[in-house]
Design a protein around this ligand. Structure first.
Ligand code: SF4
Length: 471
């Protein structure tokens, strides 16, 4: 008997409108980064282990139109097609899902954190047949088998939402709390690894990885703190790094954990193993400024870490307090200085439109950014999203769930929510964002340092494109 076929489609991921100006949003998707969808790659691995024949369709990196995707589906003839959803870009990907389905009607299954928040709103769109809430490792194979058998009995599938006889039905969610060490590594043999890129990468092929999931902290604006934190062992992580290097020819890895350096012992163990196993990869991580120290950063650099991303958010202690992010400014300053001393380049994330922020605190934040030993900054506008604490406050104070309205199809709801916590009107906040970027990147000393650091024509082109997006 032939294995049941299933297609997983990675659609182009739009950048939320409220966070950036249109020009920056375009640059982000055209230039900044096109990387694999790790959730789908993990699912692909889990499905293959269960005996399914999986086609990971990389519509984002390969710039495939709905017509291209439908043609690939006609060729592969899967039993169903699956997508991973993010709340902030749901309405941007929905037309593609509908267009593919119109050309080649197949059961459409969706999953992702979004489904845990807005399952019924998502199912209100007729182009989506099934939603999986929670862990897809077991629910998706169970659903696919039930569809293949045509039994119609879906009650045993965990966390399923679907339509039946005109009514929406849900089965109970019974997550086992599966550890990332119980599922296979992401199925990178199905991905077009050479097609991925990132404006700040140094080598290709590049891939993404997570060594821990969720976050133990609870910053008021963040939705990740709601996910139960789990950390993979150093041995499990290093085995995946080695597989990337030897089997897939990967030469750069971007760890997408929120706090890669939470356990210093694990960081040292990973660094030791990279060196002793002779793995020649460059890598970058994200973490918090209060979770690094000089010895750790030195060891990371010696093991190939060339870039570290740290959230700063504001240079005003009172604003940080209101964001429940009480890392002392001096600790932040020290962390960036240590990274530079260790030879690791840095990117600082800032956020504007925060509660308690005014003209004075914004000026203070811009000054603080320029005073850091930092190579790049990213400035986002605060966009309250579920299930963060700030978004709960928005709902409580307005009596509206803007993202639920958006998910049902009302795009203007997000504009109506606007930059809710900002004292500035939308156009003024846009001007602050632009000013922030310019005052950091247009300093003659900064421009000279950047140009001197360019090592290749490719690097120069990427930097020039990124710079063009600021003006
Ligand atoms: S902002 Fe970062 S540190 Fe804070 S809860 Fe989110 S992921 Fe964790």
């Amino acid at each position: 008997m032939n294995a049941c076929r299933v297609a997983l489609v990675n659609l182009p991921q739009a950048v939320p409108e409220l966070m950036y100006t249109e020009k920056v949003r375009r640059a982000y998707t055209d230039v900044a980064q096109i990387l694999p969808n790790l959730s789908l790659a993990y699912l692909a691995g889990a499905l293959e282990r269960e005996g399914f024949d999986v086609n990971y369709i990389e519509a984002f990196a390969l710039k495939m139109s709905p017509r291209d995707i439908a043609e690939e589906l006609v060729r592969f003839r899967p039993a169903a097609v699956c997508y991973n959803l993010i709340t902030e870009s749901f309405l941007d990907v929905l037309p593609s899902i509908a267009a593919v389905r119109e050309r080649y009607p197949l059961p459409v299954i969706v999953g992702g954190m979004h489904m845990g928040i807005y399952p019924r709103e998502t199912l209100s769109h007729s182009c989506i047949d099934y939603g999986i809430v929670g862990e897809g490792w077991e629910s998706l194979p169970a659903l696919l088998r039930a569809l293949e058998e045509g039994s119609g009995d879906l009650e045993h599938v965990n966390g399923l939402i679907h339509r039946r006889n005109g009514a929406v039905r849900e089965t109970p969610r019974r997550d086992r709390g599966t550890s990332l060490e119980e599922v296979p590594f992401p199925a990178r043999h199905l991905l077009p690894n050479h097609a991925y890129r990132c404006v700040m990468s140094k080598r290709r092929p590049i891939t993404v990885m997570i060594s821990s999931y969720g976050c133990p902290f609870k910053c008021a604006y963040c939705d990740v703190g709601s996910i139960t934190y789990q950390m993979r062992s150093a041995g499990h992580v290093i085995d995946e790094i080695e597989e990337c290097y030897r089997r897939h020819g990967i030469r750069e890895i971007w760890f997408q954990d929120e706090t890669f350096t939470l356990s210093p012992d694990r960081v040292f163990a990973i660094c030791d193993a990279i060196r002793t196993r002779g793995i020649d990869v460059l890598w970058s991580v994200r973490t918090r400024a209060d979770l690094v120290n000089p010895e750790m950063l030195k060891a990371m650099h010696q093991a190939g870490c060339f870039k570290i991303h740290m959230g700063v958010e504001s240079g005003d202690a009172e604003v940080l307090r209101m964001l429940s992010r009480s890392i002392p400014l001096e600790r932040i300053r020290a962390a960036f200085a240590w990274a530079r001393e260790a030879g690791i380049s840095t990117l600082a994330f800032f956020m504007i439109g925060n509660p308690g922020e005014d003209r004075v605190s914004l000026e203070r934040t811009i000054r603080f950014a320029k005073s850091l030993s930092c190579d790049f900054i990213q400035v986002n506008k605060l966009t309250p999203c579920p299930p963060s604490r700030l978004y709960s406050q928005v709902m409580e104070e307005t009596g509206r769930d803007f993202w639920a309205e958006y998910t049902r199809g009302r795009r203007e709801s997000i504009a109506e929510m606007g930059n809710y916590f900002s004292v500035f009107p939308a156009d003024e906040l846009d001007r602050w964002q632009k000013r922030f970027f310019k005052s950091f990147y247009c300093r003659p000393s900064y421009v000279a340092r950047r140009l001197l650091s360019v090592r290749s024509w490719h690097e120069f082109q990427m930097l020039a494109k990124a710079a063009g997006s600021i003006w």
